[in-house]
Each structure stands twice: as structure tokens, then as C-alpha cells.
Design a protein around this ligand. Sequence first.
Ligand SMILES: [Zn+2]
Length: 169
Amino acid sequence: MHTGGEGALARFEIVDDPDDLGRLLGVILGLPPLPATEADLAAMRPLRTALTRIAYGLAEGSAPIPIDPPHPDDIATVNAAAAVPPLVPALRPDGGTTIVAPTTAAALSSVARDAVDLFSSALARRIRVCAAENCGLLLLDTSRPGQRRWCSMETCGNRAKVRAHRSRS
Ligand SMILES: [Zn+2]
């Protein structure tokens, strides 16, 4: 979701063409870039928008885009993407796994299916917006105590601690 979007999120866009999309999915999957077409890009954008809106709607914290309950159109978008055949995992002789003939359409389906699982699970209540000012990134707090506040301890967490220290001293 943090690859850009519509409206206020457009300035963060990093997926400008099909090659960007194929490269991004390859990085996520640990594979060479996936072949991607304009149609794949056109399928990714509404899915990303729907996932972003649903996630910010579920998140605690202040979101950079308006929050509403999940819109039926967004739910329909996610469900339609999830209905496409997903990536197919396979065992390798060395005991690892690989993905059989990965396509961008299948990868987007897997993303949508992961979202169906997440948004319907108890972990959905652990979706947060980073507590740092001027950040706004989403995070999924999978820590046991469930106290995570920042997208990254190295960046936002540290800045917040330095600021708190300065205001104390
Ligand atoms: Zn942050």
C-alpha cells in the first residue's frame, strides 16, 4: 500500500509504469521482476486504493486520508481481485519453496487474499497509523505486548524519543 495512491497519496507514487509494478512484486516475492502489462497496472491501482482505504479505516491513530467504514465498492474490489487464481507455491528439492510461473495477476490475487485474511482476523485490530507527526504510514503490530506505535524504531521511533528528551531537558 505504501507505494503511492490517489489524492494526497499521489505524491508518494513509485509505480509509474508496468515495469515498476513487475519489479516491485519481484522484490516482495524474492523473485526476478514479474512480467507486467498496462492491464496489470490498471488492476493494481483500484486494488491498492481499496486496501489503503479499508486499512486506514480499521487503523488506530490519525490517518492522512479521510476515514470511513469499509465502503461496499472497496470490499467488492478486494473480493474481485481475490477471486482470480493466486500464486502457486511449490516445494523445491532442497526443502525450500518457489512459485510456479508467477504472473502479476496472480500476485495481485495473493495480495487481495492476504488482505481478506488480515482484515477478517483478530490482527485487524492491530493495524495502526504511525504515531510520529508527519509520517502517516500504516503498520501492523504483531508484537506480543501490542504496544508498537511507530512504523520504524530506527526512524520515527528515534525522532520521537529525541524530541521527548529535548522537551524534558
Ligand atoms: Zn512513521
